[in-house]
Design a protein around this ligand. Sequence first.
Ligand code: ZN
Length: 230
Amino acid sequence: MRNLFRNIQNLHGRILRPALLGFFLMLFLAAFAPTTALAAPKVNIADGFDFPVGKPDAKNYYKSRGLRLRSPSHFGEDWNGRAGGNSDLGDPVYSCADGIVTFAHNVKTGWGNVVLIRHAYRDPSSGSVKFIDSLYGHLDKMSAKVGQSVKRGQQIGTIGTNFGMYPAHLHFEMRHNINIGMDRNGVPSTMDHWADPSQFITKYRRLNREWRPVAVPTGTYKAFAGFKGL
Ligand SMILES: [Zn+2]
């Protein structure tokens, strides 16, 4: 019995004390580490772009509306299942490329659940790294969180109706201007700011795999419906 007691005391000294020290060290690190970790999130440079439905080629889907920068404008594409109606409700929606989730909230209004993802890619014509945002609107469910890194083809949600406002479809945008976020007011309707999603994806279908991630700009969106994003 006395031996047992001594053993427990030894256990205290050898295991519990260092464990306690470790615990306080972790608390200390937790208090100071996030500020540096969050300062510059990094993303992998995209190795190519795929379509966000019918992975990877939009198989069994069609574009019911395309990009139109002139009035009546439509700043992206509407993707529907070939079977029509709400047959595509709940179908998976995929990130079109590697990136980091910059927004994922139910902003209600005409949008509903919206996910935005920021991608880095090396433009083969200039050799420089550029950024582009992709937007996925009216989602039934979101399975991505702000700050989360995603891969090309990773599911980020499902096709929805914006809570019954529309027949089920995916509203999909791509923007060269990474300040737009949810506020399209005052953004010039030009191809400097917007990309034609199908054109862009087709052009950058496959890019060289690069192993060094790049720092991604954050804090570029204005708050919308009380949500700021990454
Ligand atoms: Zn639309």
